[in-house]
Write a protein that binds this ligand. Structure first.
Ligand code: ZN
Length: 160
Protein backbone atom coordinates (compact mmCIF):
# COMPACT_ATOMS: atom_id res chain seq x y z
CA UNK A 1 0.00 0.00 0.00
CA UNK A 2 1.20 3.47 -0.80
CA UNK A 3 1.22 6.50 1.49
CA UNK A 4 -1.55 8.80 0.30
CA UNK A 5 -4.34 10.95 1.69
CA UNK A 6 -6.45 8.84 4.06
CA UNK A 7 -3.70 6.33 4.86
CA UNK A 8 -2.13 5.81 8.27
CA UNK A 9 1.65 5.77 8.08
CA UNK A 10 3.95 4.69 10.89
CA UNK A 11 7.61 5.56 10.66
CA UNK A 12 10.79 5.77 12.61
CA UNK A 13 12.63 9.03 12.29
CA UNK A 14 15.65 10.85 13.59
CA UNK A 15 15.72 14.61 13.29
CA UNK A 16 19.03 16.46 13.23
CA UNK A 17 19.94 20.09 12.69
CA UNK A 18 22.60 21.55 10.37
CA UNK A 19 25.35 20.68 12.85
CA UNK A 20 24.25 17.03 13.05
CA UNK A 21 22.93 17.34 16.60
CA UNK A 22 19.94 15.06 17.24
CA UNK A 23 16.84 17.14 18.06
CA UNK A 24 14.28 14.36 18.20
CA UNK A 25 14.03 10.66 17.44
CA UNK A 26 11.53 7.82 17.60
CA UNK A 27 14.30 5.20 17.89
CA UNK A 28 13.97 3.15 21.04
CA UNK A 29 10.22 3.80 21.20
CA UNK A 30 7.12 3.31 19.11
CA UNK A 31 7.25 4.59 15.56
CA UNK A 32 5.40 7.84 14.93
CA UNK A 33 1.89 7.25 13.53
CA UNK A 34 0.16 9.94 11.48
CA UNK A 35 -2.76 10.35 9.12
CA UNK A 36 -1.40 11.25 5.70
CA UNK A 37 -2.82 14.34 3.99
CA UNK A 38 -4.29 15.89 7.13
CA UNK A 39 -1.53 18.25 8.20
CA UNK A 40 -0.48 15.96 11.08
CA UNK A 41 3.19 16.39 10.17
CA UNK A 42 5.14 19.22 8.54
CA UNK A 43 4.51 19.67 4.78
CA UNK A 44 8.09 18.99 3.67
CA UNK A 45 8.19 15.61 5.37
CA UNK A 46 4.70 14.62 4.21
CA UNK A 47 5.67 15.43 0.61
CA UNK A 48 8.72 13.17 0.86
CA UNK A 49 6.57 10.27 2.12
CA UNK A 50 3.84 10.71 -0.52
CA UNK A 51 3.46 7.54 -2.63
CA UNK A 52 6.05 5.40 -0.83
CA UNK A 53 5.49 1.95 0.67
CA UNK A 54 6.54 0.18 3.89
CA UNK A 55 10.29 -0.29 4.04
CA UNK A 56 11.03 3.06 2.38
CA UNK A 57 14.18 4.61 3.86
CA UNK A 58 15.47 8.06 3.05
CA UNK A 59 17.21 11.16 4.22
CA UNK A 60 14.94 14.18 3.83
CA UNK A 61 16.03 17.81 4.11
CA UNK A 62 13.25 20.27 4.90
CA UNK A 63 13.65 24.04 4.55
CA UNK A 64 12.01 26.27 7.20
CA UNK A 65 9.21 27.29 4.79
CA UNK A 66 8.23 23.60 4.46
CA UNK A 67 8.89 22.96 8.15
CA UNK A 68 8.02 25.13 11.13
CA UNK A 69 8.22 28.44 9.29
CA UNK A 70 10.69 31.27 9.47
CA UNK A 71 11.51 32.76 12.83
CA UNK A 72 9.52 35.97 13.38
CA UNK A 73 11.58 38.66 15.17
CA UNK A 74 8.36 40.30 16.38
CA UNK A 75 7.62 37.19 18.43
CA UNK A 76 10.68 37.88 20.58
CA UNK A 77 9.97 40.33 23.38
CA UNK A 78 10.77 41.18 26.97
CA UNK A 79 8.34 40.21 29.73
CA UNK A 80 8.62 41.94 33.11
CA UNK A 81 9.46 39.79 36.14
CA UNK A 82 6.04 40.41 37.70
CA UNK A 83 4.42 38.51 34.81
CA UNK A 84 5.92 35.32 36.22
CA UNK A 85 4.82 33.64 39.44
CA UNK A 86 6.94 35.13 42.26
CA UNK A 87 8.36 31.78 43.35
CA UNK A 88 9.18 30.62 39.82
CA UNK A 89 12.80 29.94 38.92
CA UNK A 90 13.40 31.31 35.40
CA UNK A 91 16.30 30.00 33.33
CA UNK A 92 17.43 30.47 29.72
CA UNK A 93 16.23 27.65 27.49
CA UNK A 94 13.24 26.98 29.71
CA UNK A 95 9.81 26.50 28.10
CA UNK A 96 7.02 28.48 29.78
CA UNK A 97 3.30 28.35 29.17
CA UNK A 98 1.17 31.46 28.86
CA UNK A 99 -2.30 32.49 27.79
CA UNK A 100 -2.10 34.01 24.29
CA UNK A 101 -4.78 35.92 22.37
CA UNK A 102 -5.80 32.69 20.61
CA UNK A 103 -5.40 30.23 23.48
CA UNK A 104 -2.47 28.72 25.38
CA UNK A 105 1.00 29.25 23.92
CA UNK A 106 4.45 27.98 24.82
CA UNK A 107 7.40 30.34 24.87
CA UNK A 108 11.12 29.85 25.26
CA UNK A 109 13.14 31.91 27.72
CA UNK A 110 16.01 33.37 25.66
CA UNK A 111 17.81 35.27 28.38
CA UNK A 112 17.27 37.01 31.67
CA UNK A 113 17.37 40.78 31.96
CA UNK A 114 17.55 43.03 35.02
CA UNK A 115 13.80 43.54 34.98
CA UNK A 116 12.49 40.30 33.54
CA UNK A 117 13.22 37.92 30.70
CA UNK A 118 13.43 37.91 26.91
CA UNK A 119 10.86 35.43 25.58
CA UNK A 120 10.55 33.86 22.15
CA UNK A 121 7.08 32.74 21.01
CA UNK A 122 8.40 31.16 17.80
CA UNK A 123 8.32 27.38 17.49
CA UNK A 124 11.71 26.08 18.74
CA UNK A 125 12.35 24.66 15.25
CA UNK A 126 11.27 27.83 13.37
CA UNK A 127 13.95 29.12 11.01
CA UNK A 128 15.82 25.81 11.10
CA UNK A 129 16.60 23.52 8.19
CA UNK A 130 15.58 20.06 9.34
CA UNK A 131 17.32 16.83 8.41
CA UNK A 132 15.21 13.71 8.79
CA UNK A 133 16.36 10.13 8.55
CA UNK A 134 13.09 8.28 7.98
CA UNK A 135 12.03 4.67 7.67
CA UNK A 136 8.41 3.88 6.84
CA UNK A 137 7.32 0.89 8.95
CA UNK A 138 3.68 0.35 7.95
CA UNK A 139 1.06 1.88 5.67
CA UNK A 140 -2.64 1.03 6.18
CA UNK A 141 -5.98 2.60 5.32
CA UNK A 142 -7.39 4.84 8.08
CA UNK A 143 -10.61 3.78 9.81
CA UNK A 144 -13.76 5.85 9.25
CA UNK A 145 -13.43 7.18 12.80
CA UNK A 146 -9.83 8.25 12.24
CA UNK A 147 -10.87 10.07 9.05
CA UNK A 148 -13.61 11.90 10.97
CA UNK A 149 -11.19 12.93 13.71
CA UNK A 150 -8.33 13.76 11.34
CA UNK A 151 -5.76 11.80 13.37
CA UNK A 152 -4.60 8.28 14.18
CA UNK A 153 -5.99 6.17 17.03
CA UNK A 154 -4.28 3.40 18.93
CA UNK A 155 -0.56 2.70 19.14
CA UNK A 156 1.51 5.80 18.40
CA UNK A 157 -1.67 7.88 18.01
CA UNK A 158 -4.44 9.41 20.10
CA UNK A 159 -6.06 7.54 22.97
CA UNK A 160 -9.48 8.88 23.81
ZN1 ZN B 1 -9.73 10.84 17.64
Amino acid sequence: MKAARGMVVTMHYTLTDDSGAVLDSSQGGNPLAYLHGHGNIIPGLEKAIEGVTAGFKSKVTVAPTEGYGESDPESVFEAPREHFPPDMQIEPGQRVHAEGPNGPITLTVVELTETGAILDANHPLAGKTLHFDVEVVTVRPATAEEMTHGHVHGEGGHHH
